[in-house]
Design a protein around this ligand. Sequence first.
Ligand code: PA5
Length: 482
Amino acid sequence: MSVVRPQPPADPIHYDPSAVFATGGFASSDLAALAPRLDEARAETLADLARFGAGGARAGEALDPAFIDLPDRLLAAYHAARPTSELFAILGTARRLREAVDRIVVLGIGGSYMGTRALFEACCHPFHNELPRGERGGRPRLSFEGFNIDNDSAQGLLDLLRAPGHGGPPAADLLERWALVVVSKSGGTLETAVATRLFLAALAESVGHDRQLLAERLVPVTGKTGRLADLARAAGCPDVFDIPDGVGGRFSVFTAVGLLPAATVGIDVVRLLEGAAAMNRRFREAPAAENPVLQFVGVSHLAEERMGATIRVLSSWSNRLEAVGLWYDQLLSESLGKAGKGATPLTTVTTRDLHSRGQQHQEGRRDKLITNLLVGEPRRDPLILPPLGTFAANEDKLDDLVGRSWPDMLAAAAAGTNEAYASDKRPTADLVLPRIDEHTVGQLLQMLMLATVVEGRLVGTNPYGQPGVEAYKTLMMKRLRP
Ligand code: PA5
């Protein structure tokens, strides 16, 4: 038997905008003509990183470009000095939690939870939480809260967390134990903070008010200073993870924010980072005409300018990538929706949403660019349409399709949809993942983060910071603390 483990695939993701050009809205030569400006925007993006490293942010300027080389830095430190590296610490805590509890509750909002959810839905079994622990490979369930102030959904999760003997001594059965990962960069976001109080009280009850156990089951992920950092100190938590300076919430998926919960549920975070680093290399090195980040930005920008496509539909052809789309919605909205500008992102899942939005996309207002998020091959064996059985004839009239596979039928739907849109000159581009795994998801998330900041630099919008979100917070607090 060979001791050499097969190399897992590392195929690149691929962006194809040819169907956009075919609409006549603009031509590939227009995109080529934009190359010098795209190159400049890339240079400015990378200069931001250098300027941040040199401590050169202007007074009052939001500047969070440290996400760019973060995957490369984390991997380099892990390979050079494993036991002292951040990644080693993340993996160690993930292992500790995995062995101690059967459910992790992640509290966080916006950038402090959407990336984790995207990783979970893309990379784990689609029914991970429903599987018995053995079939989860001994990994805990993952639940999310603190992203809203919804009374009944918080109550619902508390119902799940209360073991039969709650209120007594700490649960002896691992299947009844749970832990809390609280994520907030500022440490003061109200939704997450009030949920922290609520779930801490439940956690204290579940560990029989044992302070040591409570501290071990609470893992804060936060900025160096702030209320959550203070709380972590007061509670004596043995593991607290930092969200580094220069990495904003919506760009933090490759910090402990996303990596810690991902590692607890068995996602290969090293491969995720390798995928992201591979995208970084393409971004830095490939000329504009072959650069997926610059091509994606250029096409999105020209579609907005020349075709009035102010709505960007990310049409996922896999249920598993819907949460990636929702993560991207907040990334684009919060980064570029400023000063009366910025396209509106919209995530759809196809074919599901062809039955809710397809009509509008085919014949409605011409204000949309559709980017198909396509997946080359499924992770599992293809399902095949079976015969109806001996109890019936061909009543459902599907006999001619017997033997066709699910991937086959989905491919026909994708080709048919693209053809239908093309027939009415509706612009569609394809973003193709060879498969959904950690490497391709790492590439995809890094590509979308890079594209967002490059577009910001292209159109003169600072992609970092979200000053507009403060308005609701101030007015909400005025009511709570008149
Ligand atoms: O991108 C961002 O910065 C936001 O979406 C934040 O992540 C969100 O507002 C939560 O903030 P915090 O992590 O400080 O609780």
